[in-house]
Design a protein around this ligand. Structure first.
Ligand code: SIN
Length: 295
């Protein structure tokens, strides 16, 4: 397997401590859990998505553990502006704040609360099961461009997390780039459902939800590959990454870094495990493999 040399990783306006970033939604709801993931080897962390008003989320069950992934419909539960206080102990750390809103004005308002505390923002334009938010607006290129521009006006780097649940993801990536994004994150979860044959009803309270974990890795690789050909800004690969070889594969498709979520749910020490196989002092320059699968 290809092994990389160690060193800081500048990507999308943020200097990461390595190529591995905690994805939004897993252990990202408190300052102390974010600090813990940094201490357990994450090169950067993304918070749980924060929105314009506090939200309890969908009725349960909100999570189903499947053989090859996780199916969730949390419903974007979050404390809204109260979350600002959680971040005080993390000043100057590579903490990216995931935010959502229903329109560009709401995105700008939420971003404004965090000016001075964020290393960057990640716009959740991709949650597949939050009416009026996420993919509901992130499937429209004009809205993606407008929301990105509204947050870019803060002067902080903006990462835009894309939905795979569209016919043509490259058009959405280009819209984010046009709006002033510093990086694209691909992908959020794949819209999915399971039904309990015993109960004769969907396993999730919300009915359908978002699938993550190894089952979606090939979808994520395909999206990163297509975006690399369509966009110039860096891409952060996300979706089912659970091994060092998965990281290398994502990078060969075009990712400059990767986010890891579901694998953390299964093993909180996954960052150190992957780093042990991914890096060596005599490893190669990572820049040499980003996008190399394109020939
Ligand atoms: C949720 O909180 O519902 C999950 C967030 C997401 O899918 O973006």
């Amino acid at each position: 397997m290809v092994v990389l040399k160690t060193g800081p990783v500048p990507v999308g306006g943020v200097v990461l401590e390595n190529h591995l970033v905690l994805a939004a939604g897993v252990l990202g709801t408190t300052g102390s859990s974010l600090a813990r993931m940094l201490s357990l080897g994450a090169g950067g962390v993304v918070t749980k998505s924060i929105g314009p008003v506090p939200k309890d989320g969908h009725d349960g069950p909100c999570l189903a553990v499947l053989d090859d992934g996780l199916l969730n419909a949390m419903g974007l539960p979050n404390p809204s502006q109260d979350f600002v206080a959680e971040l005080a102990p993390l000043a100057k750390k590579p903490v990216v704040i995931s935010i959502f809103g229903g329109d560009p004005e709401e995105f700008a308002a939420v971003a404004g609360w965090f000016a001075g505390t964020a290393a960057a923002f990640e716009l959740n334009l991709s949650c597949p099961h939050a009416e009026g938010y996420g993919a509901a607006i992130g499937s429209d290129p004009a809205l993606v461009e407008a929301c990105t521009r509204a947050v870019a006006q803060t002067g902080l780097p903006v990462w835009v997390k894309l939905t795979p649940n569209v016919t043509e993801i490259t058009g959405i990536g280009r819209a984010a780039e046009k709006g002033g994004a510093s990086a694209i994150v691909a992908i959020n979860t794949v819209k999915a459902m399971r039904i309990s044959t015993e109960l004769r009803r969907p396993v999730l309270g919300h009915g359908f939800g978002g699938l993550s974990g190894p089952a979606v890795f090939p979808v994520a690789v395909r999206c990163v590959y297509e975006l690399y050909e369509a966009c110039r800004i860096p891409i952060i690969g996300c979706g089912g990454v659970s091994t060092a070889d998965n990281v290398i594969e994502m990078m060969m498709a075009g990712a400059s870094a990767v986010e890891i979520g579901s694998a953390v749910y299964r093993d909180v020490k996954i960052f150190e495990t992957i780093k042990a196989s991914l890096y060596a002092k005599d490893g190669i320059d990572p820049a040499g493999i980003v996008g190399c699968a394109h020939g």
